[in-house]
Ligand binder design. Structure first.
Ligand SMILES: [Ca+2]
Length: 408
């Protein structure tokens, strides 16, 4: 600060000096002018006519500095001195300025850190959104846990399952009196369960000719339904008798295995690696403990084939997941459950974890519309060794091999 005062004083003194110099020049010029005027008057004080004065050079006139020029000079000088002063102050205060800058930067950083959301705040907001979405989905009747297990449903907006028209590859004779309720093919051999009271059977059929090779007639009180094969055992459901019969696949004898009961209707049956899977005409599949024990081993039927899991089957339709009822004949193929839907030409391909329908197979174009309304499509069989897919219907005279339709 003392240096700044000194510099300002220097500027002020210089300006005063310039002003003094200018004042001096003006006074000197005035003085000279008055002196010349006095000398002239004295000469004109005589009686003689004034002699003609020789033309001489006019006295040299010292012109004062014009005010505008003076102002510019003062301004220029002031600016020069001010710049010099600022430079000196800047050189002297560099360290101070750096310190002030650091303090200011620290203050700004602290302000930003205080106003920025905390990481836990982000987590809280995310959890809130998840709960909100879950709540909304629950109100809409959706099952988020189920849809998340379906890759297609989890990765994008739901859409109706695609419908794939069945393409026939081959046709085989089929007993037009067989009210088909269960169908399976293993290594080129076909087994079939037929229904209706008094006409229900279990049969082994030659695939290519349709010839019945072996047949067992159920009691007239039984209405035959779904059929599946586990190792050397055939499991045949009955409609409303709540009992499943277990046969040796070679001779259809009961063997050492016990029959089992279930609480619901029996419509279709298949199996995965851990369960029997039953349909009962509703939208829910039952997964049963398949442990097979003889009467001697278990001591009671109640310990066998208990329900371990229920799976509701749904399909996306008209903006919501809607239950698929009337699930009938079943087949487990490539990790999925293929199910005829009664009174429709459609076979649902069901994802077994979520219960969602991934595809519909439309077999309506395979067969002429029957005159008997009960002659509905029913019967899906997959020959895993040959990788061939077969379908037929109740009382249909033909069995069709169709192009394999993957669940994916
Ligand atoms: Ca089947």
């Amino acid at each position: 600060m003392p240096r700044r005062n000194t510099a300002v004083a220097v500027v002020r003194n210089r300006m005063l000096a310039d002003a003094a110099a200018a004042t001096y020049s003006i006074n000197e010029a005035r003085s000279r002018s008055r002196s010349n005027s006095t000398s002239s008057n004295k000469s004109s004080g005589s009686d003689r006519p004034a002699a003609v004065q020789p033309i001489t050079d006019p006295p040299k006139r010292i012109s004062p500095i014009p005010p505008p020029m003076m102002a510019r000079r003062r301004k220029r000088d002031f600016t020069r001195e001010l710049s010099r002063t600022i430079r000196s102050v800047s050189d002297a205060g560099g360290v101070v300025k750096l310190a002030l800058f650091l303090v200011l930067a620290l203050a700004v950083w602290m302000l930003l850190a205080w106003t920025a959301p905390h990481p836990h705040q982000h987590q809280h907001q995310a959890n809130t959104k998840t709960r909100t979405a879950s709540h909304s989905a629950t109100r809409a009747g959706m099952d988020l846990s189920s849809s998340s297990s379906s890759t297609s449903a989890a990765s994008s907006l739901p859409s109706p399952p695609p419908r794939v028209a069945a393409v026939p590859r081959a046709r085989f004779p089929h007993d037009s009196q067989a009210f088909t309720q269960g169908l399976l093919i293993d290594d080129g051999i076909m087994w079939e369960s037929t229904g209706l009271y008094g006409r229900s059977t279990l049969r082994q059929v030659d695939l290519s000719s349709g010839t019945v090779l072996q047949s067992y007639s159920l009691p007239s009180s039984d209405f035959g339904e779904g059929l599946c094969l586990v190792e050397d055992r055939l499991i045949q459901l009955t409609w409303q008798n709540h009992v499943a019969y277990i046969y040796d696949k070679k001779n259809f004898t009961s063997g050492p295995y016990t029959n089992f009961t279930y609480a619901t209707d029996g419509w279709g049956v298949t199996h995965d690696t851990q369960h029997y899977i039953l349909s009962d005409g509703s939208d829910t599949l039952l997964f049963l403990d398949p442990t097979v024990r003889s009467w001697q081993e278990s001591g009671t039927q109640a310990k066998n084939f208990r329900v371990q899991r229920k799976l509701q089957v749904r399909a996306w339709q008209n903006g919501a997941y809607r239950p698929v009822r009337m699930l009938n004949e079943l087949e487990y193929i490539d990790g999925h459950i293929y199910a005829n839907v009664w009174y429709t030409p459609f076979i649902a391909i069901i994802e077994p974890t979520s219960g969602l329908v991934r595809k519909w197979i439309d077999i309506g174009s395979l067969h002429p519309v029957p005159s008997n309304p009960e002659a509905t499509p029913n019967g899906v069989a997959y020959d895993a060794r040959a990788h061939k897919l077969y379908v037929t219907g109740k009382l249909w005279p033909l069995l069709y091999e169709i192009d394999y339709i993957s669940p994916y």
